[in-house]
Write a protein that binds this ligand. Sequence first.
Ligand SMILES: Nc1ncnc2c1ncn2[C@@H]1O[C@H](COP(=O)(O)OP(=O)(O)OP(=O)(O)O)[C@@H](O)[C@H]1O
Ligand SMILES: [Mg+2]
Length: 599
Amino acid sequence: MRTTSPDHAAGVRSKPVIRLLRRYAWRYRWSYLAGAGFLWLTNYLAVSIPGQIGHAIDALRASQPLGRNVAAIAVMGLAIIFVRSLSRILIFNPGRYLEYHLRQDLFAHLLRLPSAFYAGHRTGDIISRAANDIGWVRVMVGFGGLQVMNVALAVALTGWKMVALSPRLTGLTLLPIVAAVAAAQWWIRRLFTLSRQNQRQLGDISDRVLGSLQGMATIQGFTAERAFIDGFRRKNLAWLGTGMRIAVLRSLALPVLVLSGGLSLYIVIVAGAPLVESGALTVGQLAAFVALLTVLLPPLRSIGWMLSVLQRGRASLERLLELMDAPTEEQLSGSIRTASGRGPAIVLDGMTFSYPGAGGRPALEEVAAEVPGGSVVGVFGRTGSGKSTLLRLLARLEQPPPGAISVDGIDLADLDIAAWRERIVAVTQRPFLFSETMEFNVALDEHPDQQRLHRAVRDAALEPDLEALPDGLRTVVGERGIMLSGGQRQRVALARGLYRGGDLLLLDDVLSAVDHETEVRLVETLASLARSDRQPTVLIVSNRLSVLQHTDTVLVLHRGRLVDSGEHSALILRSGPYRDAWLAQRNVPPDEMASEAAS
Ligand SMILES: Nc1ncnc2c1ncn2[C@@H]1O[C@H](COP(=O)(O)OP(=O)(O)OP(=O)(O)O)[C@@H](O)[C@H]1O
Ligand SMILES: [Mg+2]
């Protein structure tokens, strides 16, 4: 977890905001500029009214007609309503567009992040950043931006008018306000830290909700509701606590700002009265000064609120940039693109690999093997022996160590990741099904090629299952494929792989949940694939020897090490895990083995 450095909190590091403005807000500069123009006009009119009031008072005292002054004040008041609305539209709307673009870019970026990133980030927290934090960034550039301009213009314009009336009085008036702003530094720091904490807690909550929804069957099945509610309450309470501290901090700001405004007013009257007496200032001018101060007070009072919006926006922006700055798969991979169309030869050169979060414990250790192009290779091993890890590395779902795996003589780590993935088909052990139709789940496309689709479904032995579904291929499979059995889900994933086709097929335990008859059909499919023109290289993980006996060669893994390899017929003659499995699956006593293998 990153800690907030004092630099961070103090707002010294404004770079994220500048980056945001450059990349997303610059394109709306004309809208902002026009908005700022109207805002200036709004404030200009607002500060001109006190002058007119001053003239009116002096005119009244001199018993002169008031008509022109009153008309001017009325016209200015009406104009303010109009230009004020325009300025708000021109400044707020870009914020909406900015939010749209930011979210679009974030989503596209998330799709390109490597699995190692997702191993270290919780999904619920990412969702919270995409929803809540982006919202706060919009508020920061919209409301926040408007307020900054508004306060700056109000201070500049009233200051200018005040100085024109009396520089001395202006200096005295601004003293309490300057003191309040200086005191606010501590307050801003604290607000930033708390805002960041609060957004993180919201991410925690979101993650808890998501995890509980995903594990609902487990929670209800094990009547663990109480424990989950209590756990949730703790997170929710932590969020509430921070929120309350922010509220207290915010409410502290208002009295301080109101007090400093009141003090300014007091100073104007105490210091202004002698000036009127000495004739340096007319009564009307003093009244105009007081009116100017009252124009200035509302924007000053909104400073507390404005700063809290800005600090929360900054905290949220940092959380967003943490995601958007994470290096993508392309940035981590090489750029060599290999030609497709032929099963690649693969060489594993003493590969050792540990998962980033595994504390250095290797999942694969010094694995050396050669897989000729176009061959069908079985991968066998007990649970946890590293079979899936090997396939994940070949599919570049994990980052292979440099030099550990070569494909047709080129280091896998140097290949362009997108081009490599175009060539391979990886059917994972726990396939993910989308809550869409069967058809979409196979083709991952709204408009699939029907001929290819039907062939893939047939080859994956899915046809008999389709007959039982109400709408065949158009049946929606429910939330993450909940309507389908484990074996059906596996074969949908297999059909997905066959529909796509590729030069390297990585099939992770796709035949573990099928009956004998289906298995025979699928093995035939794989054999015919191997004989096809394209001759893909096939790696198939399985613990079923009835499947592995049809492969060219089998790699035997044991606790992350390659302990044996060879043809099925040779492996069953040597003692080791493979032969043990053969004996167990055949139920043959060891002494009958030799005669069976010889026959
Ligand atoms: N994402 C991960 N992070 C850390 N360790 C992992 C991760 N995935 C797997 N492992 C560890 O790596 C080792 C090998 O796992 P792997 O999934 O490759 O086994 P497997 O041979 O496919 O097992 P199974 O037959 O049960 O599917 C295991 O000890 C496992 O705990
Ligand atoms: Mg596995």
